[in-house]
Write a protein that binds this ligand. Sequence first.
Ligand code: NOJ
Ligand code: CA
Length: 585
Amino acid sequence: MTAVLPQALTAPAVVHHPDAADGPWWRDAVIYQVYPRSFADGNGDGIGDLPGITARLGHLAALGVDAVWLSPFYRSPQADAGYDVADYRDVDPLFGTLADFDALLARAHDLGLRVVVDLVPNHTSDEHAWFAEALRTPPGSPERARYLFRDGRGPDGSLPPNNWDSIFGGPAWTRLTPEQHGVDDGQWYLHLFDSKQPDLDWTNPEVRAEFEDVLRFWLDRGVDGFRVDVAHGMVKADGLPDWDGHVSMIEGSDDGDAADPADAVSGSGNQGPMFDQDGVHEIYRSWRAVLDEYDGDRMLVAEAWVEPLSRLARYVRPDEMHQAFNFAFLATGWDAPALRRVIAASYAVNDSVGAPTTWVLSNHDVVRHHSRLGLPDPTSRPNGIGAADEQPDEELGLRRGRAATLLLLGLPGSAYLYQGEELGLPEHTALDDALRQDPAYFRTGGAELGRDGCRVPLPWSAQEPGFGYSATGDTWLPQPASWAAYAADAQDGVPGSTLELYRAALRLRRAEGLGTGGAAWEPAYDGQDHVIAVRNGDVLVVANLGSAPVPLPDGAELLLASGLPGDAPAGAELPADTTVWLRTR
Ligand code: NOJ
Ligand code: CA
């Protein structure tokens, strides 16, 4: 490359020192989230299942990820797509059998892939045996004490015990009725999510013992770790005090101006007396002790929508969990100064407790990043996009999405990918409302469209019915016709395709040891607000989030560029909305 950069006058600002290259596998792992109902359907009923996943594990091995995280596949009435568990020790017939799970695990391990399963401890399904027992026994019984049953307020107890709202909309309390529950004592139960997801009482030792046993059940089967659902919600403030704040899947508080970047917030933190209570940490200490009894570096990763990052770091102290999802990074969107702040803060707080930083852009709860970053405001985070909404710019979204991914994968730490992002898959932004299934859509009366648009079955083969997701062509949600171009077989071996970009990035990340590398701001780009330039060992990661090209250093070897096929190749200059990896020594 021949362009001239301003001479670096300052020393690189180190934000993270390299880790030992021989640490536990999860420190720098790339972990791929499989959403079982939408990955691959093995029996043709239109709903993805465990045999479908097993048959497609070769795709993940070829992609080059280290591990698979499976969203819940346990027995469940599917009121919240399996995050409403009726039996923690069995597979729902919709997804297969325990034998199918064992076969999946064995095949994954044969391919060198670890398997992390989802644990949902904040609430059970209302169809769990415990809830049925609670309804059969009177107020004050040990069976009711596993949940948060309370008498209502007002002379006849007809007002909820406090003023909390459900995260999915509507009240967080449901009153028992003879018609619905066969109970006439009129108590209420707490559910931070849907009324079919009653919250457990984690002050109850029986609840604690039960989940330690569930952990052992899956550890004994050979799983490599757990993703812990609502890890910040299990303990509520004493007395369940009223709170006038607002709970939501998608909004937190908005204070990006804190003096210390580690205390700045991106809007990804849940607030209130139901979240981030100090008591949760005792639970994770006991779980850590259980995992430590097992060989093989089993791990825990927290789904905790907690801010600021300095609070989140408390979940990954040395005797607690191993990782926590970095939702502050996800929530920041396409904004270079804000991303630089989040990156620096992520290293500062995680390094202070010796945990690896994680990175994530997409999952089953948010609009896919290849679409989100193509919205008119690429820092916005709607809960779903519908046909009547302003549509993302598909090409711009993909361009930025690929650039964001290359930035993420160039950073030391552990990275989480969501199924389909390796295909460049956009959100389904025009789903027929009649097909929506997310309880948040119904509980908000449609005000929030919800998460179905990121959960549409994957396209595997451009020419087959259902794009090869299911032998019959059935799909539980319809795939847009335009997804033929995104099918895995349409991208396999095609230079410049998103699939080949992800494969190349994962190959290089491994070969260059980027996951355990260090991170320093490249001084040559100091003062260039729209550029994020991180030196990681011999590799320089440069992301241009601005609208004009920026010069690249002289004499650097281009390793990888995120530009779309047909773009002018990155040469002396880095085009807008593009990331490159360069070797500079
Ligand atoms: C977080 C999960 O990711 C989400 O899908 C689910 O609806 C809630 N927790 C409730 O379990
Ligand atoms: Ca199926």
